[in-house]
Design a protein around this ligand. Structure first.
Ligand code: ZN
Length: 436
């Protein structure tokens, strides 16, 4: 498997991924409801993912699948009947999971249900009340300052009823039943970096991977944050043992440097591969330790599972001012950053898929490379891609202990150069793959 070699240019990927972000942007998503279904339907135009519906009330470890929330309309009208806050203008205006309401309130009562960001007076905050029944509106602080002491009409046409939690799943069978898990959350309304960037990149990684037969099998999940991963883990415990590596994808469309958050174990293969790829990207980057907050890695890395799942981001969770505000919009994410993230992620998967361990079949002294046409001094190196030092490093370190990535790290040579040398030596019957 080498999705880096898929014949598609960076410009094409940039446009494809951004186009999907653009299509998904207007949809009002939450942890349940039709917004998630519409989102999954748009993703199905690219890959045949399956949609799962889990009924309200299903017990999932210490949690229960909540009621399903849907919304059609919402506004605040002033006493002249003018809509001063309108859900039709931005789905961030309503606190997610707001109860239906239709009543007249005076300013003091209204204010208890309003949320603003005084430090960014033009932006609308994103607020939720998933597990406490409430209603509320979010608005820019400038809008808020224009309110005065009068009677307002508040209207929210929402429903909170028994229904389902919806998630998407797509499985790509590989040569091995060992799996790589790629997970992203699908529960935010019109927010691009925190939400849509991960959704769109996961979709196109899945699309291109499905055109190959990867070494590992791949399981992609598009799930509501927290409750979705808890649901999946609770209902699929029997499959969890197959997951050998994983990545949570989020915040991948902004101009910030890459951040990789390590798995709870901290020294797994995915942690090493991600660190190597970022180190070799020739850009500034950050590797951070696991902490039990952030995205669904919290659940995958809970002690009862402790999976090798890290999180790939650009600007990390909560570390950019636009986070969870209306400023995380279609301008904040840009096609070229999405494309870079796509290729960074595919490089990680490429190395993971080729990171074998070998045994030299001639461990006692070097094999005679010259008579096999593999030594520059004798045959003038007929194969220009074959690097002599890479060949010697692979032969020397193929002791059944070290992966190709270990060899690349120790030799200071590129992974692909080391991989090519290993392939060549394998073809000349000088190596065997461990466990194959
Ligand atoms: Zn978020």
């Amino acid at each position: 498997m080498n999705i880096s070699s898929i014949k598609t240019s960076s410009e094409e990927i940039a446009q494809e991924v951004y186009q999907l972000v653009y299509q998904l942007y207007p949809i009002c998503r939450s942890i349940t409801g039709n917004g998630v279904r519409e989102t999954l339907k748009l993703i199905q135009q690219h890959i045949p993912l399956s949609v799962h519906e889990v009924p309200t009330g299903t017990q999932i470890f210490d949690w229960t699948v909540p009621k399903e929330w849907n919304i059609k309309d919402a506004y605040i009208k002033n006493s002249q009947g003018k809509k001063i806050v309108d859900f039709a203008n931005s789905n961030l205006h309503v606190v997610s999971y707001s109860l239906p309401i239709d009543k007249k309130v005076f300013l003091t009562e209204l204010k208890a249900h309003l949320f603003t960001l005084p430090e960014y007076p033009d932006w609308i905050p994103f607020r939720t009340s998933y597990y406490k029944e409430a209603w509320g509106f979010c608005l820019s602080h400038n809008q808020y300052l224009e309110l005065n002491d009068q009677e307002y009409e508040v209207f929210i046409d929402s429903s909170l009823e028994p229904g389902h939690l919806t998630y998407g799943e797509y499985y790509i069978p590989g040569k091995s039943t060992d799996e790589v898990l790629i997970s992203c959350h699908v529960c935010h309304p019109s927010l691009c970096n925190d939400n849509l960037s991960g959704i769109a990149i996961a979709t196109f990684i899945a699309k291109y991977l499905s055109q190959t037969t990867p070494r590992y099998s791949y399981r992609f999940l598009w799930i509501p944050g927290t409750i979705g991963s808890i649901t999946w883990l609770a209902l699929n415990e029997a499959k969890v043992n197959n997951i050998k590596h994983g990545l949570v994808l989020t915040c991948l469309g902004d101009s910030g440097n890459f951040t990789y958050k390590k798995s709870r174990r901290g020294d797994t293969e995915i942690d090493k591969v991600a660190a190597y790829v970022l180190k070799n990207s020739k850009q500034d980057y950050k590797i951070i330790d696991f902490f039990p907050y952030g995205y669904d890695e919290r659940q995958y890395c809970s002690p009862g599972f402790n999976l090798a799942v890290g999180c790939l981001m650009r600007s990390s969770h909560n570390c950019f001012p636009e986070y969870h505000t209306s400023a995380d919009d279609l301008n904040f994410v840009q096609p070229q950053y999405l494309a870079e993230s796509f290729f960074q992620c595919s490089s990680i998967l490429h190395i993971l898929n080729n990171n074998d361990i070998y045994y030299s079949k001639n461990p006692k002294c070097e094999p005679q490379l010259g008579r096999r046409g593999l030594y520059q001094a004798y045959n003038g190196r007929p194969d220009s891609r074959l690097n002599q030092m890479a060949t010697l490093w692979v032969l020397n370190l193929s002791d059944g202990q070290q992966t190709l990535l270990d060899i690349a790290e120790r030799s200071g040579m590129s992974f692909d150069m080391i991989k090519y040398a290993a392939d060549t030596l394998l073809a000349h019957d000088l190596l065997t793959i461990k466990n194959s």
